[in-house]
Design a protein around this ligand. Structure first.
Ligand SMILES: [Zn+2]
Length: 328
């Protein structure tokens, strides 16, 4: 693996916990527990290095030092430095991490991440963030979203951007009634609002109510075959309800032809009806959508939809029941 890899890590996604077990505090003393949950800053900058990596000393640490200097005495940005070992295991040791902290006199927590207990497995952080080498910078914004995850960072540009953000009042969403991707990520991270009502049945009761296919998809998080439903091509007015509990979840006015093979919507009918959950199954990082009333699995939501929300709710047709517009 080349340390000069151009591979870019996860972006615009909820920052996973760092997964680093061994830490020392700013004065070099062992720290029992550290990670994103302990970092106080509104922005969090993680610098990943290996002591035997020349680029880390040539450009990585000088860049980090400049940013740290620029925010000395401020709580706007907090920092963590992690030796993410993926090569030269005999050189990039815990002791060398201790020595590196002393060498740069950086008053910051340092971590050592060589995949302890998993012989030769290497850095857990790198796997979680899909970073491509060292030196590497990860920036996490106040909403907990990864906004930078790259090999190179221009110190001056980063300082300027962060200083600007520090001076700005928190941005208000352009339309508070439209949920956007950032809002989805926040709900997935912080929890969903209370549903208008709840329906909780036992597995046996659901099996009784649903067809085997409905049960498989809605209660066991299955996925129907792409292009398997005529609902994809249906654009008549009306509402789409949860097939399990009958709660109306989407309006046909927000349905669009995504050509994905699943019914697609840009927005739910109202806040609190659809719930959002981080889903890291199948080696992917996605946001699962469920019915907030009965927890039926609906599908996923992606940030590549049309305006105004930019969202694409990709929903199993089996999870939905189309209701016609009431004729008066
Ligand atoms: Zn439901």
């Amino acid at each position: 693996m080349s340390s000069e890899s151009l591979h870019a890590g996860i972006l615009d996604d909820i920052a996973p916990e760092l997964g680093v077990i061994r830490w020392i505090d700013a004065s070099g003393q062992p720290l029992a527990d550290y990670g994103l949950h302990k970092m106080p800053g509104r922005y969090k900058l993680i610098f990943c290095f290996q002591d035997a990596c020349p680029g880390c000393h040539r450009s990585g640490f000088p860049t980090l030092t400049r940013v740290v200097e620029a925010f000395r005495g401020s709580t706007f940005v907090s920092f963590a430095v992690v030796q993410t070992v993926f090569e030269d295991f005999e050189e990039n040791t815990y002791e060398r991490m201790l020595a590196t902290q002393r060498r740069y006199a950086l008053p910051l927590p340092f971590g050592h991440d060589a995949g302890e207990g998993r012989e030769g497995a290497g850095s857990v952080l790198m796997q979680r963030y899909r970073s491509g080498g060292t030196p590497w910078f990860i920036l996490i914004d106040p909403s907990g979203v990864v906004v930078f995850n790259q090999f190179h960072v221009d110190a001056q540009q980063l300082i300027t951007a962060l200083k600007k953000a520090e001076q700005m009042p928190p941005a208000a969403p352009s339309d508070p009634n439209v949920l956007d991707w950032r809002g989805v990520l926040q709900l997935a991270r912080d929890g969903n609002p209370a549903p208008p009502r709840r329906l909780e049945l036992t597995e046996a009761q659901w099996r009784e109510r649903l067809t085997p296919e409905q049960f498989q998809i809605t209660r066991l998080k299955g996925t129907e075959r792409a292009h398997s439903s005529a609902l994809c091509k249906l654009f008549e007015p009306g509402r789409y309800a949860c097939t399990c509990c009958g709660t109306e979840l989407f309006d046909a006015a927000t349905k669009f032809d995504s050509k994905s093979g699943w019914p697609s919507f840009t927005q739910a009918l109202a806040p609190g009806l659809v719930a959002y959950h981080a889903d890291r199954s199948h080696g992917m990082s996605r946001i699962e959508t469920t019915c907030n009333v009965c927890d039926a699995h609906l599908g996923h939501v992606f940030p590549d939809g049309p305006v105004p929300s930019g969202l694409r709710y990709c929903i199993n047709a089996v999870s939905l029941e189309k209701r016609s517009e009431q004729v008066t």
